[in-house]
Ligand binder design. Structure first.
Ligand code: 3HC
Length: 286
């Protein structure tokens, strides 16, 4: 195993769980850091369940499933990532919380050539690098939900990210994980969310204005434009709380009203209707 395959994943939400799975199936030695003991145990259970589903569908063998499980260890301490070569941060979309993680990673990850990557959807990579002594190691590696299925990763270098770090991130994502990369600028929403978020928010405003009901907004885009799922179903998949945080970060920097989360979305999050993970968003999930 090459040194870069010692991977750390910080965060055990939907995206973090997906990252752990793809890294483990790709043969990496993965150490996961959760925010607490209960989170670590939940993440361990979810990984086993998800791999069991892959096995049941015949996509992996029992031996591959067992080997992947054996490659992953779970804990709660960032200092356990000291020997990692590639760290993927995937915690909640909050600037202060992410900066706290990067401050510690900067101190504990020993290898000066290690890659400290954030899976942020919208927070400037420069703002994460700025709290470290060596922002050259800090880069964006933005995966898409569901991580095991979507082939793209955006690699985002800030003005301080070293070329070697961006190259190593691209190599890991393409050669080890087998995904495809686009290199994009450290601008609000990077590339994909800069296009996607205004589109998704327009769909919510349209629903709120009574132009069509939720089913028909989604049918319009699946049947009319060939999208794999409609915008409201996609919002439910991403998580309404997640997209609100993404929109707020993009709006704070760009002041583009198209990125400001619509009121209906804010109200739904206040009521706990966060999409698939809560069982109800624009649609319901039994
Ligand atoms: N984990 C692993 N595999 C999964 C999965 C998951 N969470 N969800 C779906 N799959 C697999 C299924 O098992 C299936 O594989 P198979 O054909 O080999 O059995 C395959 O994906 C297709 O799934 P389904 O048949 O259940 O359902 P669909 O054909 O409707 O596909 C979808 C589901 C892949 C989610 C598809 O609808 C899609 O591509 N939707 C768009 C997703 C998208 O746009 N994602 C980007 C969101 S934006 C983002 O993440 C950025 C962030 O910053 C906000």
């Amino acid at each position: 195993m090459t040194a870069i395959e010692r991977v750390g994943v910080v965060g055990t939400g939907t995206m973090g769980g997906g990252l752990v799975q793809v890294c483990a199936l790709a043969g990496a030695d993965v150490r996961v850091v959760a925010s607490g003991r209960a989170g670590a145990e939940r993440a361990e259970r979810r990984l086993a369940q998800s791999l069991d589903r892959q096995w049941a569908k015949g996509r992996i063998t029992e031996a591959e499933r067992n080997a992947a499980v054996a490659r992953v260890s779970f804990g709660t301490e960032l200092k356990s990532l000291a020997d990692r070569r590639f760290v993927l941060e995937s915690i909640t979309e909050s600037l202060p919380a992410k900066q706290d993680v990067f401050r510690v990673l900067d101190e504990v990850v020993e290898d000066p050539a290690a890659v400290l990557a954030s899976n942020t959807s919208s927070i400037p990579i420069a703002s994460l690098g700025s709290v470290t002594r060596d922002p050259g190691r800090v880069v964006g590696a933005h995966f898409f939900n569901p991580v095991p299925v979507m082939p793209l990763v955006e690699i985002i270098g800030s003005l301080s990210t070293s070329a070697a770090t961006s190259d190593r991130a691209e190599e890991f994502v393409t050669r080890t994980l087998g995904k495809q990369v686009i290199r994009v600028g450290d601008r609000p929403g990077f590339m994909v969310n800069a296009l996607l978020v205004p589109f998704l928010f327009s769909a919510v405003r349209m629903l709120d204005a009574g132009v069509a009901d939720a089913e028909d907004v989604d049918r319009g885009m699946t049947l009319g434009c060939g999208h794999p799922m409609g915008p409201l179903a996609l919002l439910d998949l991403i998580g309404l709380d997640v997209i609100v945080a993404v929109g707020e970060a993009m709006y704070a920097e760009s002041r583009d009203p198209a990125c400001a989360p619509p009121t209906l979305l804010l109200r739904m999050v206040e009521c706990g209707l966060t999409g698939r993970k809560s069982g109800r968003g624009f649609h319901t999930y039994p």
